[in-house]
Ligand binder design. Structure first.
Ligand code: GLA
Length: 493
């Protein structure tokens, strides 16, 4: 088997239409649905859908699906994309029910790109770039505003200081965000979704106004403005706790905001951020969470660059053992993807990770059903970063409708094999080398719990490798990963 090469492995996208992204999507009945069909291939492209239920409308030019499903149910439709070179189809199931985030959310966040220095103009630029870079054609859809959009009461900077709430107690955005509702409308106009951020304590981590004692009011304001996701970050609330690891103290603030969000007339993806305290994966779902950070910050502000790989490896491989708590509607989140151009030492810099390390990052996060939230600048995507983020077969593993998080099946020193069962009966397999020298990594059928010949497909290179029995091995570069699909044995059909 080939050694991991540095550089681009993902084949260039075909000019023909290809449907990407999830095959299943959840929405609450009666709440607005917004979904931009991800499809790659040359433009212009015309979209259509067979079996679209009453209440939904599709814009044929953009592939943006909008509307409201009045009644609960499973709606099976066929999405179609056509351009001058051909037609692609995909079965797509919309489930109007009590669950959303049926597959891990995919998007982008302001945090690692600019930290607190965020503006309305920048968010709009990034939304535009999600479209123009083509990321949207692979399923990326959330534009998440992190800390820094509202008032910082202690600040003397007129742009961000001032009264944190108006006379009625409503949150005020700072002068870098002149109109939160218009911003949400702008993002929705592109068929994208928009996320907002606040804390259960009096202040956010950056010292901006928090939701403490205003939870109901803030939730309804976010709904009125039209936001689609809330990241609720523990921060200053921790100072009010006796023991920051105590579940009985951690649950109530998350429960409170969760129940306020559930009262709104629109869907909120609820992102719990309390750094994994009190084994949040065990109760995140009970408080209404759709994903929960299981870790601290992978690239905390002034972390030396050299520790990023250590954190990625510690956070990623450290997810072993908590897989059983993830599934449709509730996902483990080991933090964003710090690749591409990210903020370091006060300015944008290329990620300090090697190519191999970045393959490990994407391979692990995809296998683990982690939310794929890109942390870099979408207006400055180099071809390598774009190729990492837009491998449709790798994304298919992350977005698989079964929603089973991968687990390790063998570990020999620094060499690990992880596997993830897929909806169609095949198995996605990651071969990892955490060591400093290229090594052969072997996946044994006995470890994977399978028998008989399997066709093995290399997902990064998108090519079949051959048929194998009993074992499969590949040489994996230092800190690198290889990712394969062991297709379902034909006799099992
Ligand atoms: C914490 C969170 C980060 C980010 C910052 C914002 O550190 O873990 O993800 O939201 O706060 O200040």
């Amino acid at each position: 088997m080939h050694a991991q090469q540095s550089g681009i492995l993902t084949p260039p996208p075909s000019p023909k239409p290809q449907m990407n992204g999830p095959t299943i999507y959840g929405v609450h009945p009666g709440h607005p649905l917004l979904y931009r069909i991800p499809a790659s291939g040359d433009r212009p492209m015309t979209f259509s859908a067979k079996g679209l239920p009453a209440g939904l409308m599709l814009d044929p030019a953009t592939g943006i699906l909008r509307g409201v499903l009045a009644r609960p149910g499973k709606y099976d439709i066929t999405l179609q994309a056509r351009n001058a070179l051909g037609t692609a189809k995909r079965r797509f199931r919309i489930v109007a029910g009590d669950k959303i985030a049926l597959t891990p959310p995919m998007g982008w966040s302001t945090w690692y790109m600019v930290h607190l220095d965020i503006t309305d103009a920048m968010v709009r630029q990034q939304a535009n770039a999600m479209i123009s870079s083509g990321l949207v054609n692979y399923g990326y859809s959330f534009i998440d505003i992190d800390d820094g959009w509202n008032i910082k009461p202690s600040s003397s900077d007129p742009m961000i200081g001032g009264a944190p709430r108006d006379v009625e107690g409503n949150l005020r955005s700072n002068l870098n965000f002149p109109d939160m509702e218009a911003l949400a409308d702008y993002v929705h106009g592109q068929g994208l979704k928009i996320g907002i951020y606040i804390s259960p304590g009096p202040l956010t981590c950056g010292g901006f106004e928090g939701s403490y004692r205003h939870e109901a009011q803030d939730a309804s304001l976010f709904a009125k403005w039209g936001y689609d996701l809330l990241k609720y970050d523990l921060c200053s609330y921790r100072k009010m706790m006796k023991n920051p690891n105590d579940v009985e103290e951690l649950k109530p603030p998350y429960q409170l905001m969760g129940s306020e969000l559930a009262k709104q007339n629109r869907d909120f993806v609820y992102n719990l951020c309390e750094y994994g305290n009190g084994d949040v994966w065990k109760w995140g779902r009970d408080v209404g969470g759709n994903f929960w950070r299981t870790t601290g910050d992978v690239g905390y502000l002034d972390t030396p660059q050299s520790t990023l790989w250590k954190n990625v490896a510690a956070f990623g491989f450290g997810q072993a053992g908590i897989e059983k708590w993830a599934g449709p509607g509730g996902w483990n989140d080991p933090d964003n993807l710090l690749i591409g151009q990210i903020k370091w030492g006060g300015r944008l810099m290329p990620t300090p990770l090697t190519h191999n390390e970045q393959y490990t990052y994407m391979t692990l996060w995809s296998l683990m059903d982690a939310p794929l939230v890109f942390g870099g600048d979408m207006t400055q995507l180099d071809p390598f970063t774009l190729s990492l983020l837009t491998n449709s077969e790798v994304i298919d593993v992350n977005q698989d409708a079964l929603g089973k998080q991968a687990a390790p099946v063998s570990k020999h020193g620094t060499l690990e094999v992880w596997s993830k069962p897929m909806e169609d009966g095949s198995i996605a397999v990651g071969l990892f080398n955490r060591g400093d020298r290229a090594s052969e990594v072997t996946a044994l059928w006995s470890d994977l719990g399978i028998r008989g010949k399997r066709t093995v497909r290399d997902l990064w290179r998108q090519e079949d490798v051959g048929k194998f029995d009993h074992e499969f091995h590949a040489t994996v570069g230092p800190h690198g990963a290889e990712m394969f699909l062991f297709e379902k044995h034909p006799h099992q059909w």
